[in-house]
Design a binder for this molecule. Structure first.
Ligand code: TYD
Ligand code: MG
Length: 453
């Protein structure tokens, strides 16, 4: 038992226990995390004698606030937020260290400062001089942008009356702290309390607030995970450190859809919006190379054309290797087994490597047929015609199943110069004229015949 009647808390997931030890929740997921003792604060006098500042109201009397969204000036970010940032909302932006969160938010701060000054950027990780260095690199010299290297959130709060920012950026939630809590910055207690405090400030003063949260390797927001239910919007900034492209993805959004993505390219002068991501991914596509297939991955309402590559080579050792980058490993193994069994390609003696060019990712079943065709194309040493889009989910009996969002995918392909598409027969609809000539296939065997025969 905790001597002072406090709790022991997991610093990763927030699990609380009266006893010391390891976190059972995290242990179930294979991580051994030691619980850390936390003192329970007595409720303050103010809290005990709280005076209600809100009252229940009839639903029909609730006013819809109009015009409470502010365009950030960055189209890709606005799209993911659901059409601009809502005043008084709290947005958490998670991502691996070094992926470009500070860069994105500094650019956002510039755009917001131009539209709605002042904007306050609280940097709890970098000094004002470091921030200035980055701003110079990005060519930022906005008047309405105030930067402040401060880690004490109480000090920041006290200054808000003076500064009256319309937007606030806190970089990061793991490095700011409230002095009246005993635990260290970054601990669950601090992150939770700082998050709650910022929520109150954002809502109470109508400040659009962005928080940066660093992510662990496992992909979860360590510490900040306890914030996910508190905040209005959770965005993840993702990408490969060594590739230029970055995707901003909404995983929670009280004010919009969680299906949208924003695509950026990291360059010498910061992040540039990629208006035509498909063109970006297809730019370096080799002509007439066996093993290369173009598939369409639908991200929200947005189709993304990606180049899938497979290399099939005779296995020099007994057990053949399967290496997969940018797609689901187990799914690829399953598809290779279907290809072997249903189309008769002897892949059991072959090493197979699958990769999505440019560091992209396809996690949609609609890319199944593309993976199958890429492997078959490499094995047979026959290229797929370069202007054909391949779409279809593949089942274990080798059947090709219909996919969602066919029309929008085909339109994107047509706009980029594709001339035809091989699609599931179940998707053919004689009533609507398609944006591209289509060939329907019902089985993997038919698809191999149609594209490589
Ligand atoms: P940063 O925004 O500091 O990442 P985070 O806040 O998520 O930790 O970005 C860091 C990386 O981005 C760093 O490796 C340098 C690179 N970068 C550029 O390539 N171009 C630029 O204009 C800037 C500002 C950064
Ligand atoms: Mg940073």
């Amino acid at each position: 038992m905790s001597p002072r009647g406090g709790v022991y808390r997991c610093q990763t997931c927030g699990f609380a226990s009266p006893k010391a030890g390891t976190c059972p929740d995290c242990a179930r997921q294979g991580a051994w995390v030691t619980l850390v003792e936390e003192r329970v604060e007595a409720p303050s006098k103010a809290r005990r004698g709280a005076v209600a500042s809100t009252r229940p109201a009839p639903l029909r009397d609730v006013q819809m606030e109009r015009g409470d969204r502010v365009a950030t000036g960055i189209g890709e970010l606005d799209r993911v937020l659901g059409g601009g940032v809502v005043r008084g909302s709290l947005v958490l932006i998670g991502g691996d260290p070094g992926i470009g969160k500070s860069t994105l938010l500094l650019q956002t701060a510039r755009a917001l400062a131009a539209a709605q000054p002042p904007v306050l950027y609280v940097s709890a990780e970098e000094s004002a001089a470091q921030l200035k260095l980055r701003a110079d690199r990005l060519g930022i010299a906005a008047d309405g942008l105030l930067v402040w290297a401060e880690t004490d959130l109480a000090v920041v709060q006290a200054a808000l009356d003076d500064v009256k920012p319309r937007a606030l950026i806190v970089d990061s939630i793991q490095t700011v702290y409230l002095p009246d809590l005993e635990s260290a910055p970054g601990s669950v207690a601090q992150v939770r309390e700082c998050g709650a405090r910022l929520m109150t400030l954002a809502k109470g003063r109508g400040i659009a607030t962005f928080l940066v949260g660093h992510v662990t390797k496992e992909g979860a927001l360590a510490g900040p995970r306890v914030l996910e239910h508190l905040v209005d919007t959770v965005l993840y900034f993702e990408g490969e450190q060594h590739h230029a492209y970055r995707v901003l993805r909404a995983v929670k959004n009280r004010f919009g859809s969680t299906n949208e993505i924003g695509v950026f390219q990291m360059g010498e002068r910061g992040l540039a919006e990629v208006a035509n991501p498909s063109g970006f991914f297809l730019a370096e596509r080799p002509a007439d190379a066996p093993g290369s297939v173009i598939v369409s991955s639908l991200e929200g309402t947005r189709p993304l054309l990606l180049e899938l590559q497979a290399l099939v080579a005779r296995a020099p050792f007994g057990t053949p290797r399967r290496t997969v980058l940018g797609a689901d490993y187990n799914r690829v193994c399953l598809l290779l087994a279907v290809l072997e069994k249903r189309a008769g390609l002897p892949l059991g003696t072959q090493d197979v490597f699958v990769n999505v060019a440019g560091g992209g990712r396809v996690l949609e079943p609609a890319a199944d047929l593309g993976i199958v065709i890429a492997a078959a194309s490499s094995y047979l040493e026959r290229p797929v015609p370069p202007d054909v889009l391949v779409l279809g989910e593949v089942g274990l009996t080798g059947e090709v199943r219909a996919v969602a969002g066919l029309e929008v995918r085909l339109r994107e392909a047509a706009a980029l110069g594709f001339r035809s598409a091989v699609v599931p027969r179940g998707n053919l609809d004689p009533k609507t004229p398609p944006p591209l000539p289509m060939r329907g296939v019902a089985t993997v065997g038919e698809a191999v015949e149609a594209l490589l025969g």
